[in-house]
Design a protein. Structure first.
Length: 230
């Protein structure tokens, strides 16, 4: 148990390190084009995840409720302040650490492979899904780091905390988690990923981190479905 998360953390660190080294040698125009390509693919991934659930009302309500909680807690602001502190402390203004940290932390942790893979690893010791996710995250970390710099490496810590907590807590969640809950959470995560895509394309500044509590509301709404009057 936990092997999948360890592999994932190493993949992000290695991919991010290679990307940081290579990115410094890429022309500005190439890095800008690469970021646009990443943004388009991120949008498509988010839409694909959203369409996996047949009731759009659940992810919509989840995001609204989650955003209310996230705005009150100012999760987005806290993450940015942490990233800005690290940038002032270590980068000397050489790379957008805050943006790299927040963007990749969210991208690596809100997808379906994160939830399903961590639960399988914790329940059965099967880390094949997290191994697949590690491959994808390696490529993503390499690409993001080549454009945004070494701040991508910090997201390895987020992966460790989020996936580690899900893996350890899997034994407690197993009796309560259903396929419908996972699908609803995946669809809700898709909305967050679309928000990331809009940010990467500089089309809209979306406070995606403030929507993170929505990932908790989605399974709760599914579990409460029998109580709904409609």
């Amino acid at each position: 148990m936990g092997v999948g998360t360890a592999i994932n953390v190493v993949a992000v660190l290695v991919g991010g390190s290679i990307g940081t080294f290579v990115g410094a040698r890429l022309p500005e125009g190439m890095r800008e084009t690469a970021m646009q390509a990443i943004g388009i693919v991120t949008l498509l991934v988010g839409v694909s995840n959203f369409l996996e659930f047949d009731n759009p009302l659940v992810p919509l309500v989840s995001v609204i409720l989650g955003l209310l909680v996230g705005e009150l807690l100012d999760i987005n602001g806290a993450l940015k302040r942490f990233g800005d502190y690290l940038e002032r402390r270590f980068s000397k203004g050489e790379s957008p650490v805050s943006r790299a940290f927040v963007t990749t932390s969210l991208l690596f942790c809100v997808g379906p492979l994160t939830v399903i893979g961590s639960l399988e690893d914790g329940l059965t010791g099967d880390y094949s899904l997290l191994a697949l996710k590690s491959t994808l995250d390696f490529i993503a970390a390499l690409t993001f780091a080549s454009v945004l710099g070494w701040g991508v490496l910090l997201s390895a810590g987020t992966v460790l905390v989020v996936q580690g907590a899900l893996t350890i807590g899997a034994g407690f969640l197993d009796p309560f988690v259903t396929e419908a809950m996972i699908s609803a959470t995946t669809a809700t995560g898709g909305i967050l990923i679309v928000g990331l895509g809009l940010m990467l394309l500089d089309l809209r500044e979306v406070r995606v981190a403030n929507m993170l509590p929505a990932l908790l509301f989605a399974p709760l709404l599914i579990s409460a479905a029998p109580l709904w009057p409609f």
